[in-house]
Ligand binder design. Structure first.
Ligand SMILES: [Fe+2]
Length: 296
């Protein structure tokens, strides 16, 4: 069993577990700033976001991260919303080094007034479901994660947040925004080196020259991080890709100080299993199943 997945951060194993000690030492689990010199050479960080209650997609990504050799995993938010298995997905991300707040967790906790009717109906069902699903300890663990989400975290010079460094949970930075110089300039003024986000479900790399490159346009689907270069990297969505490729998407970040790089990974999963579970749930719009099939 891989290191990152061998124990959760809370629970009986937490205190004495070597993984927990390592995470606490590095500051990753606590989301404090970690000097670059403290990052071990070639540490492989799995970066996942926008799971949206899609358990089959998350399980497939976990298997892939294990195969690639992820040492730690950071989850950039939107574990819940839209999908039929929010509780099971919370159970799985409990093992991550950090879980950040997405707009769907924010809506679940504080209200979904700004959501469209489909998304609001889904998040209202999710909230009710998490209050009744599972035994008492399971419910307690799940709500404990939701109540301890952080807006951002930093590992060395790498910044992680759900949406944007300007507005961590809600701002959309779309590929078309490269034409919006004031917006991009202000966002890059808040980035020291490289910032990783999710939220739009559209993976790719923004640079300050107002370019956007999607993973397919990158050599070997890899973004090689240049020293001192600023970049905003969208890691895509595990559970509801919208770039026309329905496979689950995530990023494996190699923090090797000599050659840091972000590899975009696409993983096949049982799309129909999740789509049919959505269609069987009267509170989830059938459109949400169709968009999984389409990857849009
Ligand atoms: Fe999302």
């Amino acid at each position: 069993m891989p290191l990152w997945y061998s124990a959760g951060l809370s629970g009986p194993l937490a205190r004495g577990n070597p993984l927990t000690r390592a995470i606490t030492r590095s500051g990753l689990g606590l989301c404090k700033r970690v000097p670059a010199t403290m990052i071990r050479t070639s540490m492989l960080l799995g970066l996942i976001s926008d799971i949206h209650g899609n358990m089959a997609a998350l399980q497939a990504v976990i298997r892939d991260m294990e195969a690639v050799g992820a040492e730690k995993v950071l989850c950039l938010g939107d574990v819940v919303g839209y999908g039929p298995y929010p509780g099971e997905c919370l159970d799985l991300v409990r093992r991550c080094g950090a879980v950040l707040m997405g707009n769907h967790e924010e809506a679940l906790l504080y209200g979904a007034e700004n959501f469209n009717p489909r998304a609001k109906r889904a998040i209202d069902w999710t909230r009710d479901h998490l209050k009744s699903d599972g035994d008492e300890q399971t419910r307690k663990n799940r709500w404990n994660i939701l109540q301890n989400l952080q807006l951002h975290c930093k590992v060395g010079d790498f910044l992680f947040t759900h949406a944007s460094p300007r507005q961590p949970t809600r701002e959309y930075v779309m590929p078309r925004d490269v034409a919006n110089q004031p917006k991009m300039d202000e966002i890059f003024s808040l980035i020291e080196h490289v910032c990783f986000v999710g939220h739009t479900h559209l993976p790719g790399v923004f640079l300050p020259d107002r370019s956007f490159t999607n993973p397919v346009q990158l050599w070997n689907q890899t973004y090689f991080i240049e020293p001192g270069e600023k970049a905003l990297v969208n890691i895509g969505s595990v559970g509801q890709p919208r770039d026309g490729d329905r496979r689950a998407c995530y990023v494996m970040l190699d923090t090797d100080p000599g050659s840091p790089r972000a590899l975009f990974r696409r993983v096949e999963y049982d799309v129909e299993a999740t789509a049919k579970a959505i269609e069987a749930n009267e509170f989830l719009d059938d459109y949400l199943a169709e968009r999984l099939r389409q990857g849009r």
